[in-house]
Design a binder for this molecule. Structure first.
Ligand SMILES: [Zn+2]
Length: 99
């Protein structure tokens, strides 16, 4: 099972109506970057966003970062070197596995 599948599996088994911030941010990113959310995920996320100012701030910042990336980096066709990409991937995976 890949790291991505492991995390998706973990979250899909533990989605409740009252999400913690870690699950909410995961769902926000999943919605933005990967796929549509299930009805239960979408509803739980909406409820969490109503009550959590930290995740609302995260969403605003994430939207700004994505806008910046698409306007400045993707539009100019700037690419990371393969070695840098792999370093970033392993850093992310190591940090995900810590929690
Ligand atoms: Zn939150």
């Amino acid at each position: 099972m890949s790291n991505e599948e492991k995390h998706t599996h973990y979250f899909s088994n533990s989605i409740r109506w009252n999400l913690c911030c870690k699950q909410a941010t995961y769902l926000l990113l999943k919605k933005e970057e990967i796929t549509k959310l299930s009805f239960k995920e979408e509803t739980a996320l909406k409820f969490h966003m109503l009550i959590c100012k930290f995740c609302r701030t995260f969403k605003k910042q994430s939207t700004l970062i994505n806008k910046f990336i698409s306007e400045n980096i993707l539009a100019n066709n700037v690419k990371l070197a393969e070695a840098d990409k792999n370093n970033l991937k392993s850093l992310i995976n190591n940090n995900l596995n810590k929690n």
